[in-house]
Write a protein of this length. Sequence first.
Length: 479
Amino acid sequence: MTPERAAMALSEHGMKITVVGSGYVGLVAAACFADMGHEIISVDNDASKTAMLQRGDIPIHEQHLPELLARHRDRSIRFSSSLPDAVRGSDAIFIAVGTPQSGDGQADLSYVESVARELARAVNGYKLIVEKSTVPVFTHDWIRKVMLLNGASADSFQVASNPEFLREGTAVTDFLYPDRIVIGVDSPRAGNILREIYAPLTSGAYYSHANPVPAPDNACVPPPLIETSAKSAELIKHASNAFLALKISFVNAVANMCEFVGADVRQVCNGIGADTRIGPRFLNPGIGYGGSCFPKDLMAFRAVARECGYEFRLLDEVININEDQRHRFLRKVRKALWTLRGKRLAVLGLSFKGGTDDVRESPAIAVVEMLLKEGSEIRVYDPAAMDRAREVLLVSGVTYAQSAYDAAAEADALLILTDWAEFAALDLDRLHAALAYPIVIDGRNLYDPDIMAAHGFLYYSVGRPDVQPAMQRVIAAQS
Ligand code: UGA
């Protein structure tokens, strides 16, 4: 398809969409839908956030988002605080508000409910309401009931589920180049609208127009669209996240086995991942998973199962292994450094993974807190998450560095807690010279132990044999 024909195809499919909520999922969905040729109103009841977005500021660190928002702001994407105004001119309304964890582990759906109430009062003709937030099974039914109870007529709307599988840090490319698009619909009409919304991707038109976001490696173009019932789509989302978390806990347990027997988890994972039924991705051991999704979604999935009368005990063990992993790392630090009180430790990484400034449920933050409790002094560097970390690390004993080398200066050891690409490409001679002692404890397995040994480091990682070159060599390399 020529770029001109592709552009025409995009505009033919153009629909009017409201996205409620401008968090990670909502904002990325709004920007990507606009890039796909739709007309978007992004609504958030936080007036200061809306004003910020209207000014051109972006509240999150996400690759490609600034370009997309700059391209479409005040043209095909507008920011507003008024849900009723937005809804009246829209064909579809995507709900992408937060579904945080409540005290008992269940998802707190009060934001979804209040949006449903407002929607009931605003609908003026047929609208498709689409759940985009991660929600437990049956939520679509509740949205429907709440809307009916609040005066919406049964023929003025339908509710569908369209779970989102984007990852923070690669959210825009994940959205535009998904492995699959899942639409959970209970009527042909709802299915047609969602198919039309995603037609720019499923027809391939988006990828041939003049300026698409560049494709990641192994992109599946055009992506398949999977149509299910709304209930199944809700379950697909929870089950996908639970399975990915399970994969991580499994590989962490295998890494622990490797440590007990002196095997190398890299070799083991190469062997496991070569089986196409298992696959090599998401087999990186470390200090465990974090973020705003896996921890919360596992608890919520377990809570839904329990409510249905099923004890999903496998999930308990996934959660336990994950929790244990950060304590095991602390034991590793102790093993390397003996005592921790008064030790000056350089820490690289605070976000829950590389490529994001998000520190929610970050295992890196949990490890820093444990080290502070043990009396260590921490000098930390993260390329994006230091401002956010300052808001949660309210204890004394932490200072913030300008760079990885600045953090390492005169430190007793360096700890790597987040898998930022720049932490995997440090100048090892410079690092060695900066540290008071050449000790690196790597919670993300970013370095090859042999290379670390060759550079004279004492190097500890996860599921791989420790590297302890003869002390003589370490001392010689230091002098
Ligand atoms: C996750 C899912 O991957 C997305 O598909 C989903 O859409 C999203 O949750 C969501 O529900 O919104 P995200 O939380 O952004 O995405 O991050 P991931 O890349 O999945 O990483 C989660 C955690 O697992 C991170 O702490 C990461 O360091 C850790 N991880 C990941 C490992 O420890 N090992 C691995 O091999 C992979």
